[in-house]
Ligand binder design. Structure first.
Ligand code: GAP
Length: 513
């Protein structure tokens, strides 16, 4: 199965089992907008709890807030979003399709990398054990040619983006001979900048309506509350403010399911530090955040850092944590050293001092900021992509199983009476009552036990508890583990402790650096 086929199956599975639906589907949906179903919302909430607790409970000096989506319009002038939150877009005149110019070039760069890797793999097979990869890369004429062209185009793109040189971006597309994937032609328009913020009006027209924006990031809600939190919480630098909330961007190239949406959710944390110490903190937060991802157990090689060539207008260092999705390594989280840009801008635009008096140094200053910013929806996609598995069993049957880490699985335990009579359903209900205040549990008595196990595998339930006739005699049940399908008998009285040890978020927290 190709990665593309796998991804299509994953999308179909997400819908079939109540994780993710196209928005307003009865009206044929709305492009790049999705709804979370009964399973999706549980998974999403668990991911948010994993993040929120890792930030606010495991760090004494990080507190949370929940700012409004609507903000004073000056916020976005100060932050630079009104003037600079743009994507460079290019249209193909034949297909009438619109693309992000930098994405077209990045896709081309990725293809060159693939070509190089293919040559290396071919040579590895040819030369066997005596293969010297470094020497091959440095001397093979075809590899050298691909590499040189790739590096040249990469450097030109980085420079063009930094200089905001739209003509050069178009020229690179022409020089790389990039064709529209739909029409196959190279009939491109000029490159234009397009602002991604959604506008709306506040107040009635009679009162004089004002244009406001749906926030394109949650971070500004934290910056404008910096003084409120610092003063009322008596926070001392270094300290952080965390927030989870919706953000909105009018993405033109919306694709890859919930990877790029127009309405999405972010989990952001701004960490305020002394000027001059920011790059040390940047390094520290890179390690902390990578360990949060890796604790999920999908494999360390599934993640990598990608340092930015083009720094955003507010940053002096930036990196992405990328995850290997079925469509390649892509960003799930950004870590940015935002300097004192945002607080200084708000100081300038609001006329309020955004300074901190440091009792240790006796100085007042505008703090520097390290930001960690992760998309909830991209995390959901990360988890689903890594968890989705099709298996052939020893008895020849097939099963689809979501190997979601137990602490974030939507349903933790399914309680299944073997038959719908003989008092077994009543015992199953009692078990549910003993677990339901601590965990999301499901009762299921319909169909054969095998079918019920498959249903739970398909939504990623880590534990199934089966009540049978032996239960009536000795108050024991069978507990089945999703990943190994192993079953063993345990006393009903032991269940709360067993479940807690399997599904508690503590299991993930214990792995964090
Ligand atoms: N405050 C900084 C900021 O917003 P960003 O790199 O633009 O930085 C941070 O976004 C994260 O938000 C990304 O790593 C991604 O996970 C998520 N994100 C951004 N745009 C998104 C979109 N259109 N759909 C889904 N997630 C998105």
């Amino acid at each position: 199965m190709t990665q593309e086929e796998l991804f299509k199956k994953l999308i179909a599975h997400s819908k079939e089992y109540g994780f993710i639906f196209p928005s307003s589907e009865i009206y044929d949906g709305l492009s790049a907008v999705y709804d979370y179903g009964q399973m999706g919302v549980e998974l999403k909430n668990n991911i948010k709890k994993y993040w929120w607790d890792a930030m606010t409970k495991l760090h004494e000096n990080i507190v949370g807030i929940d700012a409004a989506i609507f903000m004073h319009p000056k916020t976005w002038e100060a932050s630079g979003h009104v003037s600079a939150f743009n994507d460079p877009l290019i249209d193909n005149r034949d297909s009438k399709k619109r693309y992000r110019a930098d994405v077209l070039i990045e896709d081309w760069l990725a293809k060159q990398d693939e070509k190089i890797e293919k040559e290396v793999e071919k040579a590895r097979k040819r030369f066997g054990e005596s293969f010297d990869e470094k020497m091959f890369r440095e001397t093979n004429p075809r590899v050298k040619e691909h590499q040189a062209k790739r590096d040249l185009m990469h450097d030109r793109m980085a420079k063009a983006l930094n200089d905001n040189d739209l003509n050069e971006l178009r020229q690179i597309i022409l020089d790389c001979e990039i064709a529209c994937p739909i029409s196959g032609t190279r009939n491109w328009t000029e490159v234009r900048q397009f602002n991604l913020m959604f506008e709306t009006k506040i107040g009635s027209v009679a009162e004089g309506a004002n244009t406001i924006y749906l926030r394109p990031e949650t971070a500004q809600g934290i910056f404008v509350n910096f003084l409120n939190v610092q003063k009322t919480g008596r926070m001392k630098i270094p300290f952080g403010i965390a927030q989870i909330g919706k953000a909105f961007r009018n993405e033109i190239v919306a694709r890859q399911f919930i990877f790029r949406m127009r309405e999405f959710e972010q989990m952001e944390m701004q960490f305020f530090v002394r000027p001059g110490e920011e790059l040390n903190w940047f390094k520290q937060w890179k390690a902390t955040r990578m360990s949060w991802h890796r604790a999920l157990g999908f494999g360390d090689d599934k993640y990598r850092f990608h340092d930015h060539d083009k720094l955003a207008h507010y940053a002096n260092a930036a990196t992405d944590i990328e995850f290997e999705f079925p469509f390649g390594f892509k960003e799930v989280e950004g870590i940015h050293s935002r300097t004192d840009f945002d607080l200084s801008q708000h100081q300038k635009y609001s006329g309020r001092k955004m300074q901190y008096f440091d009792p240790e140094t006796g100085e007042s200053y505008v703090p520097y900021v390290i930001e960690t910013s992760i998309g909830v929806d991209r995390m959901v996609l990360q988890v689903l992509s890594a968890a989705f598995t099709e298996e052939k069993l020893e008895n020849g049957e097939e099963r689809v199983v979501l190997r979601i880490p137990a602490p974030i699985a939507p349903v933790k335990v399914a309680v299944l009476p073997l038959v719908k009579k003989d008092g077994l359903p009543e015992i199953a209900r009692e078990i549910i009552n003993s677990l339901k205040f601590d965990h999301n549990v499901q009762y299921d008595e319909k169909d054969s036990i095998g079918k019920r196990y498959r249903r739970q595998d398909a939504i990623g339930t880590p534990l199934c508890v089966t009540v049978d006739h032996q239960t009536l005699e000795d108050k024991t049940v069978t507990i089945r583990h999703r990943d190994t399908m192993e079953q063993h008998r345990v006393a009903i009285a032991e269940l709360p402790a067993i479940v807690e040890s399997e599904v508690s978020l503590r299991k993930l927290f214990a792995k964090l650096v």
